[in-house]
Structure formats: structure tokens, C-alpha cells
Design a protein around this ligand. Structure first.
Ligand SMILES: [Zn+2]
Length: 383
């Protein structure tokens, strides 16, 4: 299965990078009251890696799936990013009923202490792992964490635990995000003192977050002790990322699983916007500039640079007529991932039929409009 292949690749590349690039020595982790020094050797690190990623990669894969399924089951208890931010900004361990009211109005939820769930259990340890202790599941935010700023977009950083396996789990989670192009999802947990009765005096508020630090240096020698950069996300986004992992797990085909295009981008570059504005020209010019070719066979893959702008069109993978007939598709017909650039000749020969296998493979190879936006949005805007 695809996911298993990715995980196996990560295991190999990490082991290779540590063996080749890691230099023994002291690493420092910043803490509110002075940094903590940890002595790390290559040999020990390789030992920890092999205990975290067992040689039977199918078991590791199953454990990964179990972990994300567990994270998914907590999504129903998650607060909105806005409410979570308000809770974060209280900067207090005590919650009063006025604060609670504001947070609830913003889509927050409070869950009472429950000793049967490690998520809803009061523990001092900052990082939470799955049962096998192989994967990152959540992090606990407590006021006074080192560098506990939450920026306008909901980004924050979280320092690793003071041990090699904790650091390595961070790097593994980043590599999973990078290798699969699907950001790893964790739960962010906060707890407050709030008296319900003599036994229940803590409540929890949780929210999903995704890893965004994938563009950091991949050099394990430089980044082993670095913090994780996370961003609070909605339940909906978390659930769609988890579904992408599940589809990677279920598919053995060599097809690319596309991450959901940012909703802003998909509206900005939908068919109705690109077909009648300068935006369409920008995409066409970018395709010309970068030497893209028509995926169609009628013109035998002519280079767009040899075709006048007026003879280049946006084709639909699932046709407009088909979507009008099967109306549940209507809200997707103009999505950039349903669009590709084509010459007029190839486009009109297709009419309202589905692209046959050869054309479809070429579209996948050359890219949908959505694929181009994902990777080259800044260049396209500049065209
Ligand atoms: Zn063509």
C-alpha cells in the first residue's frame, strides 16, 4: 500500500541521514528557566530510531492508522480555532463562568476530567503519544510554556521533550508530512481548574492542529532538537487531512492523492473566474513560459508556447453537461482540480465525453490547474 511505502522510505532516509550526517555532541532545548543540555551520540540515536520504527513496517503502518483513527474520534470534542485562541489568551489556569460563556459562544467545548482517557486526564507531561509510544498524538499547552505566542494565523511552536525519542518523533512526524504532502494532525490540549463537584475540578478544551514546519532544514544534525511549528485548524480540515491519510492507506494504485486546495484559492481560480478575466491569461502565460504542453493527442501534445492565447482553453475533466445532469457534482464542476489547460482542437474533439485513459494520464502528468496553483501560485500571480 502507498502509505506503507512512504513510511518505509522515511525509515530508510532517516537512518541514512543519521549515519551519514550526525555529529555527536551537546544539544540545547530552550526552557522558561534556562536551556536544558542533552548529550546525543549517533549510536544512541540510531538505537532509538530502530526502537521507534520497527523493521516490520506493516505493523508500524497499522499503528499509524490506529493513531489517526483515535485522533479522529476526538474531533467531535474539539473547539473552533477561534474559541481555542480565546482560551489560550486567558493565560490563566483558572476558568470562571464568564470566560467559559465567551468561549462557548465562539464554538468552544469543555470536557470534564476523565481518568479513562489520557487526553482528558490531568498530567504534567507535555507531549502525548499513542499507546505504542511510536507516534505523536497530542501536546498539552500550559500557560508559561517556552515561547507560547499564538500568531494571527494560529501558528505556534512547541519545544520537544528532553529525550532523544521525543525529538525523533517530532522529526518523524515532519517527514511524514513532507513525504506524503499531507500535514500530520495532532490534538492540542489545554486544561483549567473549574470546580464541578468535589471530585471533578478540571475541565479540558482541545483543538486539532497540523504540522507546518516541513520547510525547515531536513538536516538531522542541525534540526534534531528543534521545536515543532503547528497551526490550529478546524475540525473539518483535520477530518479531511485524516481522510487523505486513510485513502493513502487504502490505495495500492500509483495515483497521486491530492491535498485539498485551500478554499480561498479554489474560489479565486474557479472556472468562472479564469475563463473571463486576466487570471486565465496569467495561467496561460505561465504555461507558455514554463514550456507546458497540451495533454491532448489531436495536436500531438503541442507546446503552448507555439499556440496563440486565444486558441488555448480550459478543459473540464468531468464535463459541464455531465455535472448538470448529475447535479450533486455541480458545486465541484468549476473547481481548479477539475480544470486543465488544452488547445481548442483537442478540447472540442472531446466534446462532453470523459477523457479516455491516455488523455487522463497526460492530464495527471502535466498537471491540473489545481496542481499548478498548489506548487506555483506565486509565479502564476506574477505572470
Ligand atoms: Zn491539443
Amino acid at each position: 500500500m502507498k502509505l506503507e511505502q512512504h513510511l518505509s522510505k522515511i525509515a530508510d532516509s532517516l537512518s541514512h541521514d543519521i549515519s551519514k550526517n550526525f555529529t555527536d555532541g551537546i544539544r540545547e532545548i530552550p526552557r522558561p528557566n534556562g536551556s536544558k543540555k542533552i548529550d546525543i551520540s549517533k549510536t544512541k540515536l540510531l538505537g532509538v530510531l530502530s526502537s521507534l520504527i520497527p523493521s516490520k513496517i506493516n505493523k508500524y503502518n497499522d499503528q499509524f492508522i490506529e493513531n489517526i483513527m483515535s485522533i479522529r474520534s476526538y474531533l467531535s470534542f474539539c473547539s473552533t480555532p477561534k474559541a481555542f485562541r480565546t482560551a489560550w489568551d486567558l493565560r490563566s489556569l483558572e476558568l470562571n463562568s464568564q470566560d467559559a460563556e465567551i468561549i462557548l459562544n465562539q464554538g468552544g467545548q469543555f470536557i470534564p476530567f476523565n481518568k479513562d482517557s489520557r487526553v482528558f486526564k490531568y498530567e504534567m507531561q507535555g507531549v502525548l503519544y499513542d499507546e505504542s509510544k511510536q507516534f505523536l498524538k497530542g501536546i498539552r499547552h500550559v500557560e508559561g510554556n517556552y515561547d507560547d505566542e499564538l500568531d494571527d494565523l494560529g501558528h505556534f511552536t512547541y519545544q520537544p521533550p528532553e529525550n532523544m525519542s521525543g525529538m525523533l518523533r517530532y522529526r518523524i512526524a515532519e517527514r511524514i508530512s513532507e513525504e506524503t504532502s499531507i500535514p500530520y494532525v495532532v490534538l492540542v490540549i489545554m486544561w483549567f481548574k473549574y470546580k464541578i463537584n468535589n471530585k471533578l475540578n478540571h475541565v479540558f478544551t482541545i483543538a486539532p492542529a497540523k504540522i507546518v514546519s516541513v520547510n525547515q532544514s531536513n538536516d538531522i544534525n542541525k534540526n534534531i532538537e528543534k521545536s515543532l511549528t503547528l497551526q490550529l485548524i478546524s475540525r473539518k480540515e483535520a477530518s479531511s487531512l485524516i481522510n487523505l491519510f486513510l485513502s493513502l492507506h487504502e490505495t495500492s494504485l500509483d495515483i497521486e492523492v491530492r491535498t485539498e486546495l485551500q478554499s480561498g484559492l479554489s474560489r479565486e481560480w474557479s472556472y468562472d473566474k479564469v475563463s473571463s478575466s486576466n487570471k486565465g491569461k496569467k495561467i496561460k502565460n505561465w504555461a507558455k513560459k514554463t514550456g507546458k504542453r497540451c495533454p491532448g493527442t489531436v495536436c500531438n501534445h503541442r507546446n503552448f508556447n507555439d499556440i496563440p492565447l486565444s486558441q488555448i482553453a480550459f478543459g473540464h475533466i468531468v464535463s459541464q453537461k455531465w455535472c448538470k445532469s448529475f447535479t450533486y457534482l455541480l458545486d465541484k464542476v468549476n473547481h481548479p482540480d477539475n480544470l486543465y489547460l488544452t488547445c481548442n482542437k483537442c478540447n472540442s474533439s472531446l466534446s462532453d465525453k470523459f477523457p479516455e485513459i491516455k488523455l487522463r494520464n497526460s492530464i495527471v502528468e502535466f498537471g491540473t490547474v489545481g496542481d499548478w496553483l498548489r506548487k506555483n501560485i506565486d509565479e502564476i500571480r506574477d505572470c
